[in-house]
Design a protein around this ligand. Sequence first.
Ligand SMILES: C[S@@+](CC[C@H](N)C(=O)[O-])C[C@H]1O[C@@H](n2cnc3c(N)ncnc32)[C@H](O)[C@@H]1O
Length: 478
Amino acid sequence: MDMVHATADPLALVRRVGALIDAGRCGAAGPLLAAARQLIEPSPELSLLAARLAEGLGEHALARAEFDAAIEVSPDHGDLRKQRASFCQRTGDYERAARDAAEAVILDPADPDAKAMLGSALLNLGHPAEARTCLSEACSAEPRNPAFREALAVATETDGDPEAAFAILRAGLSPMGGPLNLRNAAILFCIRHRDFPTAVSLAEDGRIAGTVDACLFGLKGHAQSSLGLHAEAADSYAEALKLGPDDPYVRHLVASSGLLPGAKRAPPDYLRAVFDGYADRFDDHLIGLGYQIPGAIRRVVLEYLDAMGQCGPVLDLGCGTGLIGVAIADLPIGPLTGVDISGRMLAEAEAKSLYATLEEADVLDWLAEDTGTWNLILAGDMLCYFGALDPLLRAIHPRLAPNGWFVFSVEERLTEAEGQGWALHRQGRYAHTQAYLEDSLRAAGFTLRDMRRQTIRYEGGAPVPGFLLVVEPAPAVH
Ligand SMILES: C[S@@+](CC[C@H](N)C(=O)[O-])C[C@H]1O[C@@H](n2cnc3c(N)ncnc32)[C@H](O)[C@@H]1O
């Protein structure tokens, strides 16, 4: 109460509430807003604050109700329309977002914000050409707005014109620097399209201009590492670590360059960041690298079917975009359940309509909750994101049927690393020695049915060596 009296000027109170919400101090803003609502007549501005506060407190239904009530009273309030559009974008209601943004454009046809919001909502609704038109208009009105430019580049690429998309990003950068986020978006674009030299050069321009952050150095290191420039990549990762010492993505890349001791597994945030960013071009890229594992797993599944006649249910751990599902789609097996940590990889798998169930989770968390019994558990190119395998193998063992098979691939580590049977390699993946695999499988209660050398994929034309393993629960000893 003292605080309210100390700021009894209602307008100052409203400003204070806004500042507290901006600072993320929603708990403190609540009582002040309640006091302001007693002192001041209802207004669109107060409703907007109430909606932002509710959203800040995670109360989305209340936030939506505040917006709806305010717009019912003031349907021609452009700012309210835009704010509800942006709230609906954040909460996934793209239809409503598009309608509100369109209303805001009608209310003020010269408002570039409204046009950009309409463009983003249309993009989310799967209309890239229309999105491109709206975002082009927003960008022409405000060519220096990096968010408009980045969104226009995304719409243009989604509309099937990657060259124009890159030109849009590049035109927003100047030799003197330009906005950092736009530069990072341009570097990421080059990495996604495997133009590593341009990625490095854009990052280097940023460094010279002094517009840098941990992300820029992390991306630069990634591009250098992909060009085989490992010493240079290590320097970039070291810079990234200085600027973002707690960033999980940066830390994992730095560890993979040998500058930090390797963690026992890739951090979940790192995995999500990498695979969410990779999902839309994963299939093309892996096919381009001659990815062998789905075909190799198919051959083992055929052997299982020969032995057992039929097979199901089947669990695909780290199913990604569903390439293994594709490889076994014509076989008499199923139902197929896929688990993956990356929502975007799962969305690609969902689009293939081959899995009865898809679950978004870290496999260790998911297995800890699972009570199913699976005839076949598959994991293609997933164990390479774990160094120490014991926790995963121990979690899988109780889920496998007594005559079930666990079939998985690993990358091979050819030399023993300081008494440890696994090592984190430069691309952020782990590789395991044959002896380590045999020991940890035995310790987790498996017997080895088959372990064959298997090329995983090709990098720079050279095969990445690995194993395909087929293991079963060891018979109980009486
Ligand atoms: C290289 S992709 C392979 C995808 C698929 N198995 C295939 O063969 O095409 C690795 C996948 O494993 C997922 N992944 C890695 N570690 C994971 C974890 N701990 N929990 C869940 N998913 C994981 C990644 O998100 C990614 O989709």
